[in-house]
Design a protein around this ligand. Sequence first.
Ligand SMILES: [Mg+2]
Length: 183
Amino acid sequence: MLVLLDRDGVINEDRADFVKSPDELVFIPGALEAIATLNSRGHKVVIVTNQSCIGRGLITLETLDNIHGKLKSALKAKGGRLDDILIAPDAPWAATENRKPGAGMILEALTRFREQPRNTVLVGDSKRDLQAACIAGCHRILVQTGKGRATQSEGLDRALLPVSIARDLTEAVTFIGEGRFTP
Ligand SMILES: [Mg+2]
């Protein structure tokens, strides 16, 4: 399968003021190991992340590369790797289709990895992750880390269902292993 991961709130702790440096990238316990498990099962793992901090002028692409350098080396130390990282740098007021809830990044990943939506699952913590996955026709897992609990308690539009709810990425990977994508 193709497994698409939101970054903030799924792999690392979400920050209301954005992850602006490698130091501010704090991993959620078990997340890196969970990615390594996906690798070992032969899944393609791609991050699809809105990074409006670029479009807002808060950090440069070079800084984002450094942040992702920390992510990749920490992952490597756990025996894991990423097949790609897709970024939507758009500010919310100048959003393209790439910025979730747009499906641009997901469609790009499907094309690049020649995968069908029915063989693709997105794991995210925000409603816009689920919306983007829905437009692309992918399976959806909401994790309760990051903004996940707030997303769940706001209630999910019927159009977004079915959505599987996992405690965290570790449990989401268990669901994926069992092919369990519906509540
Ligand atoms: Mg998120």
